[in-house]
Design a protein around this ligand. Structure first.
Ligand SMILES: *[C@@H]1O[C@H](CO)[C@@H](O)[C@H](O)[C@H]1NC(C)=O
Ligand SMILES: *[C@@H]1O[C@H](CO)[C@@H](O)[C@H](O)[C@H]1NC(C)=O
Length: 333
């Protein structure tokens, strides 16, 4: 093959380096769930939320999310999407619960908690269709407590961080030993879309995983969901350092962390997404294969992103040692 052709291919084929990776600081931590329980306040379990400050209990799909937000906790200033997950708690021997804080990822040290968000167009070449206004989805199921159930979702995993840079040894259940630098929750969403519906009753059936193989291996989308979409991926680092003394762990040798939806196993891990990018900014970023530094997009300093915060609208004390999980959520295994 001629060099000129090779170079042309290199320019159009997104590579691993082409992913969009950025920090979003914490926006608010509260018991709201506008996707599963729109308008319900408080919702059943506690969430930690990042992104645009138009987040609220209802998030009607007709809302102009970028237009109604005045700031975002994300690095790219066209991104007013909201991204959220459940919250991790430590359960002490005396049965009380303490919220586990989040910590910043490598390279984003100034961030006030939050998460790292990735949008990856493809590892093998080929273009993707960015999400449209009104699009939302969730992945995972908070009711699941077994590996058999959880295996219908690909790559919802945990990494036991021996160092902040540990990226191997992902497990589907919670790490069973103390993790020196924390526990990273990895949430990868499906990458194929039905091309029609911005949402669905279960907030899942309008998207699907590749029919065979994986997104990473370039597996094809099923005919029911033929449109490749970017792979949305969250990394959330739970700062377990103050809870790593095994003398305070359960005497039966089990691990002490439980999720705000009452899950001590980790198999119920899940993530939620409400698209809120301005105009075609996300599509432009996907098409241009920009990386962490994306000149096609506006960006702000992480210190500025930290200043975008919201007061919780649900009034409840979630600090210190709690007799029960917020909302009285029972722990079930
Ligand atoms: C959420 O925000 C939208 C847009 O600003 C507003 O119309 C709606 O009433 C708000 N809902 C709640 C529950 O605050
Ligand atoms: C429960 O255990 C925690 C952790 O050891 C301790 O800080 C807290 O004071 C205890 N609470 C009660 C009511 O004993």
């Amino acid at each position: 093959m001629q060099w000129s052709k090779l170079i042309a291919l290199a320019l159009i084929a997104p590579s691993v380096n082409a992913l969009l990776r950025f920090s979003c600081s914490q926006l608010v931590v509260e018991r709201l769930d506008p996707l599963v329980a729109p308008g319900v306040s408080p919702s059943s379990h506690l969430h930690q939320i990042i992104g645009g400050n138009s987040f609220n209990a209802s998030m009607d799909p007709a809302n102009d999310i970028p237009g109604e937000s005045t700031c975002t906790t994300c690095t790219f200033t066209e991104d007013f999407s909201n991204y959220w997950t459940a919250v991790l708690f430590f359960r002490a021997r005396n049965g009380t619960f303490h919220r586990v804080p989040q910590r910043a990822n490598q390279g984003f040290e100034q961030a006030n908690g939050g998460m790292t968000v990735y949008y990856t167009p493809s590892y093998t070449g080929g273009s993707v269709t960015a999400f449209s206004p009104g699009f939302r989805m969730l992945v995972g199921n908070p009711m699941f407590r077994s590996e058999a159930e959880a295996s219908q979702f690909r790559q919802l995993t945990f990494t036991c961080l021996d160092t902040l840079g540990t990226r191997t040894g992902e497990t589907m259940d919670m790490p069973t030993r103390p993790c020196q630098e924390g526990i990273m929750a990895n949430i990868r969403f499906p990458t194929c879309w039905d091309g029609v519906n911005l949402d669905s009753a279960d907030h899942q059936s309008h998207v699907a995983y590749p029919q065979s193989g994986t997104f990473e291996s370039g597996g094809p989308c099923p005919s029911t969901h033929p449109v490749p979409i970017p792979q949305l991926f969250y990394e959330v680092i739970w700062d377990t350092r103050q809870f790593n003394d095994q003398n305070e762990w359960p005497e039966d040798g089990s691990q002490p962390f439980v999720w705000s939806y009452g899950d001590p196993t980790g198999y119920g891990t899940h993530g939620d997404y409400v698209f809120g990018w301005q105009g075609d900014a996300l599509q432009k970023a996907m098409d241009s294969n920009c990386n962490i530094y994306c000149p096609e997009l506006g960006s702000q300093d992480i210190n500025q992103a930290n200043q975008c915060t919201m007061q919780p609208t649900v009034q409840e004390d979630i600090s210190g040692w709690l007799d029960e999980l917020p909302g009285g959520m029972p722990v079930t295994s």
